[in-house]
Design a protein around this ligand. Structure first.
Ligand code: KG4
Ligand code: ZN
Length: 342
């Protein structure tokens, strides 16, 4: 069967087309338009601008796919219904519903976080049949992105138990805000990663809520980081490049140590067979190395780096799982988007 995956939750417009048969998938198209340049001057994503860009980008991406594929052959549309930015989701919804009505197709509503989970099961390889990756359940799944830091115990493709989440800022948001405090631009995660590579020293920073359960908290760390910047500025009169490297490394290291510490707590209690770390922040090589080094005797699985951040392919694959496991496919009129998790 053919599935189209449509992504518009935040600042990435994406559409992918997959062919799926049993335990195999073939990626026929994977189109993505990043909006980073549009939002960069504002230091973060502007929801209405994101919606305007999706409105322009999604039809354009579809024309690219249409060049090589007769859209009438599509069996289902998978669409990311949230959590995300409401104006962006609404734009994607309009687009998806119109398409579904035009071709008389059903829509598979795919949760944005579920799509991040689905991303680890496939390789980003076009035009070849690939086997869906086998995971040894139960697994712990940590989803770390710009909007979420969620930890789950997962028993099969659709059986999720949430163990913890952030009570304030998300991990990616902490890196984004840290980068903004250092005037490094947006999105902060990859910039911080680059700067941190050249650090000579790291400063100690607090790890709020560390010993208290499996929820996360980063806002105290953010405040302490801003204070540290102020102190250095007062002492030195400026934040020079070397301090930027050191500060970036300090923030990044602290955030990742918190993530790994909590993951380990959950691991001791729930005894999973494998660990999955996914979502935008999982693109970070330092996090990957730290996690692999720490969890020596348990497999830690990441998506391919390019699939860590939002894209239509993750939605298409997530949609296929939901259809296969739960027969989830709705008439277009039934599709609702949600900016927050419900
Ligand atoms: O999943 P995603 O594309 O969108 C959301 O669902 O939020 O994740 C975006 C987040 C941003 O906070 C961004 O700074 C972070 O992922 N990110 C990274 C890296 N690449 C993206 N954080 C750390 N290192 C990276 N290389
Ligand atoms: Zn995401």
């Amino acid at each position: 069967m053919y599935l189209l995956g449509i992504e518009s939750t935040c600042d990435e417009s994406g559409i992918a087309l997959i062919e799926a048969r049993g335990e195999k998938v073939k990626i026929l198209a994977h189109e993505l338009r990043s909006q980073i340049k549009i939002h960069q001057p504002y230091g973060g994503v502007v929801p209405l601008l994101a919606a305007r860009e999706h409105k322009k980008n999604l039809p354009f991406l579809l024309t690219l796919i249409e060049k090589n594929f007769d859209l009438r052959k599509i069996d289902y549309l998978a669409f990311s219904v949230g959590p995300g930015l409401l104006p962006a989701l609404v734009e994607g919804k309009e687009f998806t519903i119109n398409l579904a009505k035009k071709f008389n197709k059903k829509i598979i509503p795919v949760d944005h976080l579920y799509a991040h989970f689905a991303s680890v099961f496939i390789k980003n390889k076009l035009h070849v049949w690939q086997k869906i990756k086998k995971i040894n359940f139960p697994v712990l799944v940590l989803i770390v992105s710009g909007g979420h830091t969620n930890l789950y115990f997962v028993e099969d493709l659709t059986k999720f138990k949430k163990l913890g989440q952030t009570i304030d800022d998300a991990a990616g948001e902490t890196l984004d805000k840290g980068a903004r405090a250092l005037n490094l631009g947006y999105p902060g995660g990859p910039i911080i990663e680059e700067k941190a590579k050249r650090a000579k020293n790291v400063y100690p920073l607090p790890k709020p809520l560390l010993e208290k359960g499996l929820n996360f908290s980063f806002s105290g760390l953010k405040t302490a980081f801003n204070e540290l910047i102020k102190e250095i500025k007062e002492a030195k009169g400026t934040i020079d490049e070397e301090e930027i490297y050191n500060l970036s490394a300090s923030l990044q290291k602290t955030v990742f140590e918190i993530l790994i510490y909590k993951l380990n707590k959950a691991r001791e209690f729930y005894k999973p067979k494998e660990i999955i770390i996914t979502g935008g922040v999982s693109a970070n090589m330092t996090l990957r190395k730290m996690a692999k080094k720490f969890f020596r005797n348990i497999k830690v699985i990441f998506p391919e780096r390019i699939l860590s951040t939002d894209n239509g392919l993750n939605i298409a694959v997530g949609g296929y799982f939901l259809l296969k496991e739960k027969s989830l496919a709705l008439e277009p009129e039934k599709i609702e988007v949600y900016p927050r998790k419900i």
